[in-house]
Ligand binder design. Structure first.
Ligand SMILES: *[C@@H]1O[C@H](CO)[C@@H](O)[C@H](O)[C@H]1NC(C)=O
Ligand SMILES: *[C@@H]1O[C@H](CO)[C@@H](O)[C@H](O)[C@H]1NC(C)=O
Ligand SMILES: *[C@@H]1O[C@H](CO)[C@@H](O)[C@H](O)[C@H]1NC(C)=O
Ligand SMILES: *[C@@H]1O[C@H](CO)[C@@H](O)[C@H](O)[C@H]1NC(C)=O
Ligand SMILES: *[C@@H]1O[C@H](CO)[C@@H](O)[C@H](O)[C@H]1NC(C)=O
Ligand SMILES: *[C@@H]1O[C@H](CO)[C@@H](O)[C@H](O)[C@H]1NC(C)=O
Ligand SMILES: *[C@@H]1O[C@H](CO)[C@@H](O)[C@H](O)[C@H]1NC(C)=O
Length: 355
């Protein structure tokens, strides 16, 4: 306001009352001053109201002001979180362990693949990592210490998104998208409030990957746990049990018995958990994918690349799909299961996704 008043005063000082009809000119000057005053006041008021709104919102964005994340403030989506931003925020990470060299001026998208075990996320991540500008660092939070409390989660995320986390997937200086794979039962639901806040503050986009056929998923869960157990007993247990990414899957010979009594409530529970996750993270920038859709239509992967603002290119994975063919061949007590689900909302799981 001060500069306006000063300017205004200077103006009136310059207006010297001439000798002819001083009263008339004085009236005009007064009128002019009044109009100007009203205009200036109304403009100023508008500016004050909008700028205070922006300041309030920006405060939420930069809650840790002493750490330079290299975030461009202007591009951060504004709003109270109820609306979803379509424009991804632009990040320029400054890793402590190396220099981004000639790629320092390329923006980097932050993402998290949010999924559940046995939902095709290993396969999906391998596909993403076949892109020359994507570093998806695997199931980092399968290690309990990294998700022990919210501060260890945030420390870990900071390292990943500052590009200071190294795995075989790291593409370092020229990564244009960096992220990780995160299962719902790895602290994500427990600390969802803080994690959503973090995602918004640092502009992390969520890629939900779920499986439509939860019965097939259950078969896969049981077969996988059998397989791990068998490997342990046989002494061929490898150190990186948690990383399915590199392991070619050869589980299809085992047929699990599924508890038909608890089946419906087990399926329901998985469904409810997935919906809860979507609800928790609804206010973050996100995309929802289904494993079956990706398998049937590889072009869907372009949606993911567009979502991450990456140049389109063909993605490849050498991982073998398992449990193809009719489900009846993969469940020992198929008749029980068929009876348990026939006529329920989950009936379509029996007859599968070839529609
Ligand atoms: C803020 O959120 C509330 C719901 O929590 C919504 O009704 C309101 O429109 C939002 N305001 C803005 C400015 O987005
Ligand atoms: C979180 O866990 C780490 C060890 O992993 C510990 O050093 C730290 O004090 C814990 N923080 C809180 C707030 O409990
Ligand atoms: C992708 O990586 C290549 C080098 O591997 C680099 O030249 C290019 O600039 C990167 N693209 C983007 C969009 O960062
Ligand atoms: C355990 O090892 C034996 C001998 O190497 C092999 O024949 C068998 O198939 C293995 N079992 C499993 C479950 O891997
Ligand atoms: C199947 O589930 C029911 C209900 O949860 C439980 O009481 C029963 O012990 C389970 N049966 C087996 C074989 O695990
Ligand atoms: C997320 O929010 C949108 C718009 O507010 C709403 O239409 C949608 O149903 C919500 N989804 C979930 C899973 O809550
Ligand atoms: C499902 O149940 C109905 C009767 O309730 C039966 O006629 C039908 O054959 C069943 N379907 C299968 C595939 O078992």
């Amino acid at each position: 306001m001060a500069e306006y008043i000063y300017f205004f005063n200077k103006d009136t000082l310059i207006v010297k009352p001439p000798k002819k009809s001083p009263m008339f000119l004085r009236m005009i000057a007064l009128l002019f001053a009044m109009v100007c005053g009203v205009l200036i006041c109304s403009i100023r008021l508008k500016q004050i109201s909008t700028s205070s709104k922006i300041t309030y919102r920006n405060i939420r964005v930069i809650q840790i002001p002493d750490i330079d994340y290299g975030i461009k403030q202007i591009e951060i989506p504004l709003g109270n979180g109820t609306e979803q931003s379509e424009i991804p925020p632009v990040n320029y990470p400054k890793p402590q362990t190396f220099s981004r060299a000639e790629c320092a001026h390329n923006p980097v998208q932050f993402f998290a693949i949010i999924s559940m075990q046995r939902s095709g996320s290993g396969w999906f991540e391998t596909l993403l990592n076949s892109h020359s500008n994507v570093s998806s660092n695997g199931e980092i939070f399968s290690v309990f210490d990294r998700r022990k409390n919210i501060s260890s989660i945030i420390n870990t995320l900071d390292k990943v998104y500052n590009l200071d986390w190294f795995t075989s997937a790291s593409k370092n200086e020229c990564s244009a998208a960096v992220g990780l794979k995160w299962m719902l039962n790895q602290g994500l639901m427990e600390y969802h409030e803080e994690i959503v806040e973090y995602f918004k503050r640092r502009g992390v986009s969520a890629i939900f990957l779920f499986r439509r056929n939860l019965l097939r998923r259950l078969v896969s869960v049981l077969a996988n746990s059998y397989d791990r157990h068998a490997k342990l007993l046989n002494g061929t247990h490898k150190a990186h049990v948690h990383s399915h990414t590199e392991v070619a899957e050869t589980l299809s010979s085992y047929k699990p018995v599924i508890n038909s009594t608890s089946l419906i409530s087990d399926l329901k529970e998985v469904e409810v958990t997935a919906n809860k996750a979507l609800k928790y993270f609804n206010s973050t920038r996100h995309i929802i994918l289904y494993y079956e859709d990706l398998v049937m239509n590889r072009k869907k992967l372009n949606d993911v690349l567009d979502f991450l603002r990456l140049p389109r290119m063909e993605l490849r994975s050498r991982q073998v799909k398992i449990h193809t063919g009719s489900l009846s061949e993969h469940i020992k007590n198929w008749d029980d299961i068929n009876r348990a689900l026939n006529g329920t909302v989950y009936e379509s799981f029996l007859r599968d996704y070839k529609r």
